[in-house]
Design a protein around this ligand. Structure first.
Ligand code: FES
Ligand code: FES
Length: 177
């Protein structure tokens, strides 16, 4: 009886440790218990509700609007439809960590400065995703043509209609580089 209880406890401990998931977000490891959600809990809910990086927003929940965009190993990912547990061992960067990212931080700082100078954001809800997209665009193409700006920013919706201000901010950065 005693040994059965010990075995049950060992099983319990094993199950508990298996339910823990560690993600690397903005250069730091964060561990959460996947049983608080399930195996498919989207990254968005982990970074917002469990870890507390609330700069990443929920818009459509269907990979259509771009509000939930984060970088995974440097590439944009829609966190609303990406299971958090699929990202173990990968480097996740949210808008909070973008300006200190070793690869993209310098460009991100220019983007954030131009956004402030031109007062691009209105309600701000979409702007984390917009800034991540603009940073990726300018890192790949420091002087994008107008059509390249449109293509690079497509898929990021803004209900406040800041599209022209976003384009002006990107052009301002490209002219100064
Ligand atoms: S909330 Fe993820 S793309 Fe809209
Ligand atoms: S600034 Fe309001 S949704 Fe884009």
């Amino acid at each position: 009886m005693i040994s059965k209880t010990r075995n049950e406890r060992a099983d319990q401990r094993e199950r508990a440790s298996m339910s823990e998931t560690t993600l690397t977000i903005n250069g730091q490891n964060h561990t959460f218990d996947a049983e608080s959600g399930d195996d498919l809990i989207p990254l968005l809910w982990v970074i917002r509700d469990i870890i507390g990086f609330t700069g990443t927003k929920y818009g459509c929940g269907k990979a259509l609007c771009g509000a939930c965009t984060v970088l995974v190993d440097g590439e944009p990912v829609r966190s609303c439809v990406t299971p958090a547990r699929s990202l173990v061992g990968k480097k996740i960067t949210t808008i909070e960590g973008l300006s200190s990212d070793p690869q993209l931080g310098a460009v991100a700082q220019k983007v954030q400065k131009a956004w402030e100078e031109l007062s691009v954001g209105q309600c701000g809800y979409c702007q984390g995703g917009q800034i991540i997209a603009a940073t990726k665009l300018l890192a790949a193409k420091p002087k994008p043509k107008p059509e390249e700006i449109d293509q690079g920013m497509s898929g990021h919706l803004c209900r406040c209609g800041t599209y022209m201000d976003i384009r002006r901010a990107i052009e301002k950065i490209s002219q100064s580089s």
